[in-house]
Design a protein around this ligand. Structure first.
Ligand code: ZN
Length: 351
């Protein structure tokens, strides 16, 4: 086995560098994008769509949902596809500090990537007419770490978001100049792990390797706290337990310490029937984490009791999943420790 190149010194030199040039949002904060967002997310906070409701809360008018922050500066699908195509063909995507860092990490053998943390803090709400601009800096590169996914380095990028009034942005704007005079609105720290996958690093195909020598990876263990232990204990008994506010009866999932409606800390659980329908779904192809089979359809299931839960979809190809598809819970015993609910399509009207 050959020695892995060590680019620690060059990587440390990149810490503090701008990850890339400042990026200006293509559009000002606007009602149309906010409305699409809140409809997609099912967020019913009226302060995002009604001036009257916002003013009743002491705001000047409609505000954008804070967690929508990144949506304003997304470069869009077409540009993303072009960047990915350039990377895939071996052409350098660019010469930013991030590009140089990724090249160094790839050369160290850390070719896979997974996002691990995203923390946002907000200085003030974004309002209609704000033009967002973001500047990013490589904040930290860790030493080489051994993780459950494989050996690699954690990279933290800090994004500073500022805003100016859209009316002050000319027809040929300079994002650096605009960032310089913008009012800070939010900060986001984004952490990724660049790693060499433990099982596949020395071999051509993961499936061949698994068949040859290494037992299949176990499902990752959930981090079980006192607040959520009931859910996994219920799953072991093949019961789908949902948290219920003991004061007002509102159901909530995932578990939370207090009721979002009446603020009560008192709660108990109900056993859900397990019947529901697909409210939304994704089919995951990458990144491929050991312990899962891909493509992996994952559903956001609207339970008939009226709350939602995220779980694997089973017995159905990703291409066949449809919003509104009736489903029924089934419990999968992965191993002695871990049983999890999954949802399988059920014929309309079946119980
Ligand atoms: Zn309540």
């Amino acid at each position: 086995m050959t020695e892995r190149p060590d680019h620690t010194a060059e990587l440390e030199n990149l810490v503090g560098s701008a990850a890339g040039p400042p990026q200006l949002a293509p559009h000002a904060v606007n009602e149309a994008m906010i409305r699409h967002w809140v409809e997609a997310m099912g967020d019913t906070n009226a302060a995002y769509v009604s001036n009257e409701a916002a003013q009743a809360l002491g705001l000047a008018g409609v505000i954008a949902p804070p967690t929508m922050l990144q949506a304003w500066i997304m470069r869009g699908l077409r540009a993303t596809v072009e960047v990915e195509a350039a990377r895939a063909s071996g052409r350098p995507a660019g010469d930013t500090a991030t590009d140089r860092m990724m090249t160094l990490l790839d050369d160290e053998g850390f070719t896979s990537v997974v996002a691990t943390n995203c923390d946002q803090s907000y200085a003030r709400p974004l309002v209609l007419g704000d033009r967002v601009v973001v500047s990013s800096v490589i904040e930290a590169v860790s030493s080489v770490k051994k993780t459950g996914l494989g050996t690699g380095r954690f990279i933290t990028t800090r994004l500073d978001f500022a805003a100016v009034s859209a009316q002050t942005v000319g027809s040929d704007p300079d994002p650096t100049e605009i960032f310089g005079r913008g009012e800070p609105v939010a900060t986001m720290r984004f952490r990724i792990l660049k790693f060499a996958p433990a099982a596949v690093a020395q071999h051509k195909g993961a499936q061949t390797l698994v068949a040859e020598s290494i037992p299949p990876a176990l499902r990752p263990r959930p981090a079980i706290t006192q607040d959520i232990a009931y859910f996994f204990e219920g799953a072991r008994q093949h019961k789908l337990l949902i948290q219920r506010c003991a004061a007002c009866g509102t159901l909530r999932h995932p578990p939370l310490p207090a009721c979002g409606l009446c603020r009560s800390f008192a709660w108990d659980t109900i056993e859900a029937s397990g019947r529901g329908e697909v409210f939304s779904f994704v089919v995951v192809h990458h990144p491929q984490v050991p312990g899962f089979e891909y493509p992996l359809p994952i559903g956001l299931i609207e339970l008939e009791e009226g709350t939602r839960i995220v779980a694997d979809l089973i017995g159905v190809e990703g291409s066949e999943v449809r919003v509104g598809m009736p489903v029924m819970v089934e419990f999968i015993e992965y191993d002695e420790e871990l049983t999890l609910p999954a949802f399988r399509p059920r014929p309309e009207g079946a119980t």
